[in-house]
Ligand binder design. Structure first.
Ligand SMILES: [Zn+2]
Length: 204
């Protein structure tokens, strides 16, 4: 049902773009037009088609307008060994920098904590397949099923053995600072445990 709606919205958007091009913009090459208007069209599309939720729209607009900010990876063990502090709304830009930095390391890294980009705040980003999910102030409430794991880290050379848990319950805030309590299992749970350790100053 949702997929059908998305497909229909997408076909509307494509028709809208082709129509605009044919009506007004044919003297210009497509690539030039695309560069010039893609971000504007995206905003118009969001306003008119996808959402009437003003708050969400402003957040999407803010992030779509924002330049990508890939930060260097912190490798100073003394810095990484310090505990991070509670994050607030004022630190949300750190979450976005962390998302950008993780995206730029997607071939070698599946999660990142804010201190890995030099900010001692309780923010992590976790890859869950197609998406990277930011978690603000994550706390692991429950752990079940310990097992031996071997992990690597972008801030370290090589891999190390450690104990992880198969199933965990995590309390965290999303990017709108809304609180969630959610269960995670297997690899996603392992990534969250690794990143939460970073917040405590523990590197594997
Ligand atoms: Zn790590």
């Amino acid at each position: 049902m949702i997929q059908q709606e998305v497909t229909s919205e997408l076909s509307k958007l494509i028709k809208f773009c082709i129509g605009l091009y044919l009506l007004f913009l044919t003297p210009y090459p497509m690539s030039y037009i695309f560069e010039l208007f893609s971000s504007l069209l995206f905003d118009v599309y969001i306003i008119t088609h996808i959402t009437l939720n003003v708050k969400r729209f402003i957040i999407i607009l803010y992030f779509s307008r924002r330049k990508q900010m890939v930060r260097p990876i912190m490798k100073d063990v003394l810095f990484l060994g310090q505990k991070s502090e509670t994050a607030t709304k004022a630190d949300l830009s750190v979450a976005q920098d962390l998302m950008d930095t993780l995206a730029s390391h997607k071939d070698e890294c599946v999660g990142m904590a804010a201190n890995m980009i030099g900010v001692k705040k309780n923010i992590i980003v976790v890859n869950v397949g197609f998406f990277n999910v930011p978690m603000i102030n994550p706390v692991i409430l429950k752990k079940e099923g310990p097992f031996e794991a071997e992990e690597g880290c972008l801030s370290l050379v090589g891999s190390r053995k450690t104990t992880r848990f198969k199933k965990i319950t995590v309390e965290y805030c999303d990017i709108e600072m809304k609180k969630h309590v959610q269960e995670f299992t297997d690899f996603t749970a392992q990534i969250i445990q690794h990143e939460c350790d970073h917040l405590q100053g523990i590197i594997i």
